[in-house]
Write a protein that binds this ligand. Structure first.
Ligand SMILES: [Zn+2]
Ligand SMILES: [Zn+2]
Length: 196
């Protein structure tokens, strides 16, 4: 498989406000190799299933949000449904090794207590995990947060946040626009900053 251009993340992932986020559509789950299973424990239901993403894509559901799909899978019986969903660990994150192929990508660690932050390369993150014996280059970026047990050097709290910063060649429209509902005269896709 040819390498994608350095500014776009692997299939199944997107960049929003210069941060890596999973593509939450049916197509995104399939591309990441992430599966979803469900189970209802109500004694007159007891349904167990997994979502067949392959089949859904053949039927044209690729752009459909998985969150809405889950809502459609609840049973309709009186008293409601006790369906619980589980997204697989597999495909839930990218390995540090994969992230290190993209020169511009950084792991940003933030203390939510005092707002101290630090950005490191994926290779630096794997080296630190190796040094503490808690992981390495095969560690998923989504597992990093659980491995940060040290308190913040500045405020002594252990309240970390961790993002993958993915700068884009062209600034994305998302970060530049005002928030809130569109104006009545606004056309879809119009750059909101320049619209007035
Ligand atoms: Zn049910
Ligand atoms: Zn702090």
């Amino acid at each position: 498989m040819p390498n994608p251009p350095s500014s776009s993340p692997p299939l199944g992932w997107r960049v929003f406000n210069d941060q890596l986020v999973p593509d939450l559509t049916v197509g995104g789950y399939l591309a990441r190799g992430q599966s979803v299973s469900g189970a209802c424990d109500q004694r007159d239901c007891r349904r167990r299933f997994w979502i067949d993403f392959d089949n859904l894509i053949r039927r044209g559901y690729a752009p459909f949000p998985v969150k809405e799909l889950k809502a459609l899978l609840l049973c309709r019986k009186p008293g409601g449904c006790a369906m619980g969903f589980k997204d697989s660990l597999e495909g839930s994150g990218l390995t540090l090794k994969t992230l290190s192929r993209f020169a511009e990508v950084r792991i940003r660690l933030r203390c939510t207590g005092c707002r101290w932050e630090k950005s490191i390369t994926p290779d630096q993150a794997s080296a630190q995990l190796k040094a503490t014996g808690t992981g390495g280059s095969d560690t998923l970026h989504t597992d990093l947060l659980a491995k940060l047990s040290k308190p913040c050097a500045k405020c002594r709290q252990t309240a970390w946040a961790c993002d993958v910063v993915w700068p884009q060649a062209k600034p994305s429209w998302q970060g530049k626009t005002r928030t809130g509902p569109p104006r009545p005269d606004e056309k879809p896709g119009q750059d909101r900053l320049r619209s007035r």
